[in-house]
Ligand binder design. Structure first.
Ligand SMILES: Nc1ncnc2c1ncn2[C@@H]1O[C@H](COP(=O)(O)OP(=O)(O)O)[C@@H](O)[C@H]1O
Ligand SMILES: [Mg+2]
Length: 283
């Protein structure tokens, strides 16, 4: 297809060879499938700040470090220079978050570059090599929902250990490939320590995910991962490999939750056995 004008500089620089198709045109970005040599990748082109809703920008940007003080002052004043700086900070926040999270072992697309408002990253695909569906378009068994929900909870934990809260985690910002959920769309990721809204955002992120997976496994509604994760974090006890239970001590439903967790663990064990059996059969 015709090269969109924002991608042209990347073509000129030899980073992109071809634009294959447009995947999505969202409120905040257009997403394209591009070819870079022999690789098929994803290019996310940010829309101008003016076209984007900056309603909640202040809430997200609190605590975000701006190294250069001229830049910081300009951003506060909202001058033209300031808006440009704010725009670049927003775009860099996503590529910075992707690099940080990929190295922290969170399943996110591998980022390659961010240039002129275009983020070049791995294209997430399904087992047939087609673009992976969003979680919103995927339905699954109760066992699968419990397994994938736990994977997302571990991702939220690892993100927090790396100092970030997603801030817009929902079934629209999770893709599903053959290995499970992959988290995307991170320009608004907030600094967990410096931002006073971090806990509220983590609560919302976890609750969104729990609500979605609970459609398939209603027992998940009784879990309280957001409280467990935040409390461990606040007490300096959260590590990337900390086991999570979904239980929270102060929970008034403690008795029920125990029973539910046993049930969940039994289902997980069964699923594990089933997989081992399948693997054995394959051998
Ligand atoms: N790395 C990727 N691989 C495959 N599809 C992607 C990738 N990144 C984004 N998409 C697709 O583009 C859509 C919009 O991207 P997203 O980062 O969520 O931007 P927006 O801010 O517009 O929501 C996603 O919902 C998804 O369908
Ligand atoms: Mg999105």
């Amino acid at each position: 297809m015709k090269i969109p004008k924002q991608i042209q500089p990347l073509v000129d620089d030899g980073l992109v060879d071809d634009v294959i198709s447009r995947l999505m045109s969202g409120k905040e970005a257009d997403v394209y499938v591009v070819r870079c040599g022999d690789d098929i990748r994803c290019a996310k082109v940010y829309k101008d700040a003016v076209k984007r809703s900056f309603k909640k920008a202040a809430q997200y940007q609190e605590g975000r470090k701006v190294r250069n003080s001229r830049r910081g002052r300009a951003m506060e004043k909202g001058s033209k220079f300031g808006r440009k700086q704010q725009e670049e900070t927003w775009q860099n926040a996503e590529v910075d978050a992707l690099f940080l999270l990929a190295s922290a072992g969170v399943r996110v697309p591998q980022p390659y570059d961010c240039l002129n408002g275009v983020l070049l990253m791995e294209l997430i695909t399904d087992e047939d090599g087609d673009v992976a569906p969003r979680l919103n378009d995927v339905s699954m068994s109760a066992e699968q929902a419990i397994e994938d929900h736990l994977l997302v909870m571990h991702s939220v934990k690892k993100m927090l250990c790396a100092g970030l809260v997603h801030g817009d985690l929902s079934e629209f910002n999770v893709l599903v490939d053959e290995n499970g959920p992959v988290i995307i769309d991170l320009p608004q990721a907030v600094n967990a320590v410096a931002n006073n809204n971090a806990q509220a955002m983590l609560n919302r992120d976890v609750q969104n995910m729990t609500r979605y997976y609970a459609q398939f496994a209603p027992e998940l509604r009784h879990t309280h991962y957001e409280k467990e994760i935040w409390s461990l974090f606040e007490n300096g006890k959260l590590l990337p490999d900390t086991e999570l239970t979904g239980l929270f001590e102060e929970s008034t439903e403690a008795a029920d939750v125990d029973a539910v967790m046993l049930e969940i663990q039994a289902i997980l064990a069964e699923e594990q056995e089933r997989k081992l059996r399948l693997r054995d059969e394959d051998d």
